[in-house]
Structures are given as structure tokens and as C-alpha cells.
Design a protein around this ligand. Sequence first.
Ligand code: HPA
Ligand SMILES: [Zn+2]
Length: 338
Amino acid sequence: MDTRRQLIADLPKAELHMHIEGSLEPEMMFELAQRNGVDLPYADVEAVRAAYSFDCLQDFLDLYYRGMSVLQTEQDFHDLTWAYLQRCRHDNVVHTEIFFDPQGHTSRGVAFATVFEGIWSALLRGEAELGITSRMILCFLRHLDEEDALRTLDEAEPFLDRIIGVGLDSSEVGHPPSKFQRVFDQAGDRGLKRVAHAGEEGPPEYVREAVEGLRVDRIDHGNRSLEDPALVEALVKMNMPLTVCPQSNLRLAVVKDMAEHPIRRMLELGLHVTVNSDDPAYFGGYVNDNFNALVEAVDLGREEILTLVRNSFEASFLPEVERAVHLAAVDEHATAYQ
Ligand code: HPA
Ligand SMILES: [Zn+2]
């Protein structure tokens, strides 16, 4: 194996941008549809994969919300999460901070507790059996109104001691971060971390709003920040992490070609970028696939790989001591791969 591929495979990594509902592989979609008596508009697994051809974020979201309709019981959410954790083990992802979209489930009659406990029990099992640590981030769907998000935060109240933070996802354009000012303020008052998708399809102004208004700890994606040099300078100065998702960017036409992916430019500008899979079942790969795609397309080098992996731990919500332990392990690998 190419030494860079080997390095990527062997390095312990953290994943910070992964929607658990986006890890629903077509095989499991069919299995759960059968288990729950749900009719799918696809003849077979191949037909599902063939439908995954997107021109933009909304194209993808339409299928993503349809796909999640097979998730109904606590066991379904457990199985989904457990399957993702197996992929983490395969990719040597030792820490993961996963997004979940409660409104995508409560709106179709699945209780918040069903979603939460199913995911949580798998994460506990992941730590006990696989040694993978994790956190949960509750995302608000931005195409819905803020009242719905506020109700969701209230519904989450009994679980907040097991939720590290809140995020903002779904259709970006036309739904600026400022629409969610009150719910993010309330989340902050409750001691929750804050992240938001911004600058994926939306303008640099949305990134500014997320940083200055919502006072986020990380920006998810953030690609379009590059259009605004003053914003880039501000992000560098505050060491704001950007959780970048290369294969998602390609599949959702945020970049035309992987060879044009701005990851190197982002690193050279001093942005605190990380590499993540976003919705791995829909975009063609898990974390290592995303790193390998960059090696292939932009000749990502050894030092760049190491920086991106170090960034993943530095930008995580792990306590300082645990981050230090992971960073020391990365350094050990770095020495071994001189
Ligand atoms: O990449 C994404 N962007 C916005 N919303 C999402 N929901 C799942 N994945 C995404
Ligand atoms: Zn995302």
C-alpha cells in the first residue's frame, strides 16, 4: 500500500461532522423497511445507489429525509449507530461527535426518547467493546421555524446531561443562522456547545452570523468563507475549526472536481480544518476514503495529513487531558512513519 494510504489507515482519528442518519447504508435501509413494513420507492439496493446522484444540497436532503423514514424503533437507531461504529473501528476513528436530527423523527411520530436511547446505547457499547469515545450533538433543521427548534430543545431537556451541544443543518440558503438566535442563546445558557453548518451553499455572511451571532465553537463546512479574505483572517485569528467534508463537497457540487478542492489553500491560509465524512452512506465513503480521495486528487502530503488529524482532536469537545493523550499517539505514529 502507498505509504500515505497506510499512514491514513493507521493514524488514530476523530470525526467531528457525521450525521448518523446519513450513515444509513442501502442494505440496512432495505432490512429496516422489511422489519417495519415500510414501502420503499426502490426495487433493490442498486436502485437506491443509482438514485444518489445530486445536483445540490436540496436534491440530497429530499432522499435523506425519505431514507430515514425506515428508522422507527429504539433497536433501529441502535443498529444504525452500531454499524457506523464498526466503520469507525475499521478506519481507526477513536473518537466521534455525531449529529442527530430529532425533528426528522418526531415529525413522523417517533418519540425523542426512542431516537436518543437507541443511539446512546450503541455509543455506550462502542466505548465498552470497541474503546471508541463519542459525543452527541442535537441538530436543528433550519428549514423549519425557530419555534419548532425551541420546542425540540425543551423536549431534549431530560437528556441534556448526555448531549454535548447543538448544531444547525438542512437547507441552508434562505435560512440564515440569525433565524435561530434565540434557541442558540438558550442552548448557551444551558451550558451546551454550539456548532452550525455555514458556507456550504450559503454566503460568507452566514459564516459571520454563525460566529458573531450564534457564537459557535466550530463551523461545519465553511467552504465559502474563502470568498471573503477579512472573514478568513478573523477565523484564523480566533482559531475557529472548520469541519470540511471533501466527498460531500464533490457530490453536492460545492466543488466541481476533487482536484479543485480547496483543502490545501485552507491549510496554507492557517485555517483550522478537519476532514470528515458528513453522510458517508450517501456520499461514497467514510473518513479514510475522504482522506484517500484528497491524496489521489490533490496529492495531499504526509505533513498535511498529520496536521488534519491533529486538528481533529484539537477541535474536538474532549477534555484537554484526553486530547493530549490522542495527540501524543498521533505524534508516535508520525515518528514511526518518518
Ligand atoms: O451536508 C449537509 N448539509 C446540510 N444539512 C445536512 N443534513 C445532513 N447532511 C447535511
Ligand atoms: Zn453535514
